[in-house]
Write a protein that binds this ligand. Structure first.
Ligand SMILES: Nc1nc2c(ncn2[C@@H]2O[C@H](COP(=O)(O)OP(=O)(O)OP(=O)(O)O)[C@@H](O)[C@H]2O)c(=O)[nH]1
Ligand SMILES: [Mg+2]
Length: 353
C-alpha cells in the first residue's frame, strides 16, 4: 500500500468518526475503490521508474540481447560476453565476478541451461545481491517514531543531489501528513541556504537556518531543539559537500553527530549518503571515502535518468552492504522513488518474463 492510500485511509477514518455508521456494502465499495486506486498508482509508479531507467535498460538489456543473440545454451563464450556486459554497465569488477561465479555454478549443475533461463537467473542473482531497503512503504519508507523526531542526516560530495533529495523527501513526508523540519547545516555558501529554503517552502516543511559561515553543528543543534519543541516527526539535515580531505570531513561529520545526540541521544537515526549515479565508477570512490569518514547507514543514488550507468546501484549496494533507500530519476519534486530491488531489476530487464 502506497502512502497515498494511507493518507486517504486516515482521512476516511476521520470523516466517518462522527457521522452515521457506513453499511457493509458501502465499506466494500470503498475497499474496492481503494484497491483499484492502489493498483492504478502502482502502475503509474512502475511506468515512471521504467521511464527514469530507460537509458540503463537500453544499455544493459541491449548489450545482453546482443551477447546472447543466436546462442541457445550458456557456454564459456556466453559467460565471457556476459562478464563484459556487466562490467561495461558499471556494475563493478568485484560484483561482476561474484555474479559470473554464481552463474557458472548453475551451469555446472545444469549443462543445457538455455539463454532464456539465463535471464531469469541473472535477475534473481542481481536482486539477491542488493540489500532489502524498506520494511514498509508507509511514510515514504521513513520509520517515524512516535514521540521523538526521526533524524536523517544527509551527506555526499558537491552536486551529488543532497539538497534536491531533501526537498523531494520533505514533500513526500508532508504529503503523508508528517511534520518535517529541515536543518540548513550546509553553511558554506549563501546560495545553498536559499536553495534549501525554496525546497522547504515548496514541500511545506519548516527550515531552521543561521547566517552563512556559521557552525554547521550549531545549526543542527538548533534544528533538533526546535523540532523536539514543536513535536516534529522527521528532521532532515543538509550538510556541505566539500570533500576537503578525509580528516576534515570526519571531524566535521563527527561534530555534527555528537551535538545532535545531546538533544536526542540516539540521533542521527540514519546517515544517508547521496551519490550521483551518472558518475559511474567515481560514485564507488565516493562511497569508499564517506564510509571511511563516518558510519553511513543508507544510500540514495541520483541522476539515474539520463545515464546508462544505473548498474552502479547493484555494485555499490553489494560492495558496501548498505541498503539503497531512494533513487533519483529526475529534477522534479516527485522524481525520487523508494528503492525496491525487484522493481529495479524488472525495469532493467524490461518486459522480459
Ligand atoms: N536529472 C537529475 N538531476 C538531479 C537529480 N537530483 C539532483 N539533480 C540535479 O543535480 C544538481 C545538483 O543538486 P543539488 O541538490 O544542488 O546537489 P548538492 O549535493 O546539494 O550540492 P552542494 O550543495 O553543492 O553540495 C541540481 O541541478 C539538481 O537539479 C536527479 O535525480 N536527476
Ligand atoms: Mg546542497
Amino acid at each position: 500500500m502506497g502512502f497515498f492510500d494511507l493518507f486517504k485511509k486516515k482521512k476516511v477514518e476521520e470523516t466517518t468518526a462522527d457521522v452515521a455508521p457506513v453499511t457493509t456494502e458501502e465499506q466494500q465499495a470503498i475497499a474496492r475503490e481503494e484497491e483499484q486506486q492502489a493498483q492504478a498508482q502502482a502502475e503509474v509508479e512502475r511506468k515512471e521508474l521504467e521511464a527514469g531507467l530507460e537509458k540503463t535498460k537500453e544499455g544493459f538489456f541491449g548489450k545482453l540481447k546482443r551477447a546472447i543473440a543466436g546462442r541457445t545454451t550458456v557456454d564459456a563464450d556466453v559467460l565471457d560476453d556476459l562478464e563484459e556486459v556487466l562490467i561495461t554497465s558499471d556494475v563493478g569488477v568485484d560484483t561482476t565476478v561474484k555474479i559470473i561465479k554464481r552463474i557458472e555454478e548453475r551451469v555446472a549443475r545444469d549443462k543445457y541451461l538455455n539463454t532464456e533461463e539465463l535471464q531469469h537467473i541473472l535477475r534473481d542473482e542481481i536482486a539477491q545481491l542488493m540489500e532489502e531497503s524498506h520494511r514498509s512503504t508507509e511514510d515514504f519508507g521513513i520509520e517515524v517514531k512516535e514521540g521523538t523526531p526521526f533524524v536523517l542526516m544527509v551527506v555526499g560530495v558537491n552536486g551529488a543531489g543532497k539538497t534536491t533529495t531533501i526537498g523531494k523527501l520533505a514533500a513526500q513526508l508532508t504529503k503523508a501528513g508528517r511534520k518535517v523540519y529541515i536543518g540548513a547545516a550546509d553553511t558554506f555558501r549563501a546560495a545553498a541556504i536559499d536553495q534549501l529554503a525554496v525546497w522547504a517552502e515548496r514541500a511545506g516543511a519548516t527550515m531552521v537556518r543561521q547566517e552563512m559561515g556559521s557552525d554547521p553543528a550549531s545549526v543542527a543543534y538548533d534544528t533538533l531543539r526546535s523540532a523536539v519543541a514543536n513535536n516534529a516527526d522527521v528532521v532532515l539535515i543538509d550538510t556541505a559537500g566539500r570533500l576537503h580531505n578525509k580528516v576534515g570531513l570526519m571531524k566535521e561529520l563527527t561534530k555534527i553527530r555528537n551535538v545532535m545526540s545531546k538533544v536526542i541521544p540516539d540521533a542521527p537515526h540514519d546517515v544517508m549518503l547521496v551519490l550521483d549515479g551518472s558518475t559511474g565508477q567515481n560514485a564507488f570512490e565516493q562511497a569508499k571515502q564517506f564510509t571511511e569518514a563516518t558510519q553511513v547507514t543508507s544510500l540514495t543514488i541520483t541522476k539515474l535518468d539520463g545515464t546508462a550507468k544505473g548498474g552502479v546501484v547493484i555494485g555499490i549496494s553489494d560492495k558496501f552492504h548498505i541498503p539503497v533507500r531512494y533513487i533519483g530519476i529526475g529534477e522534479g519534486i516527485d522524481q525520487l522513488k523508494m528503492f525496491d530491488r525487484k522493481e529495479f531489476v524488472r525495469a532493467m530487464f524490461g518486459d522480459a518474463k
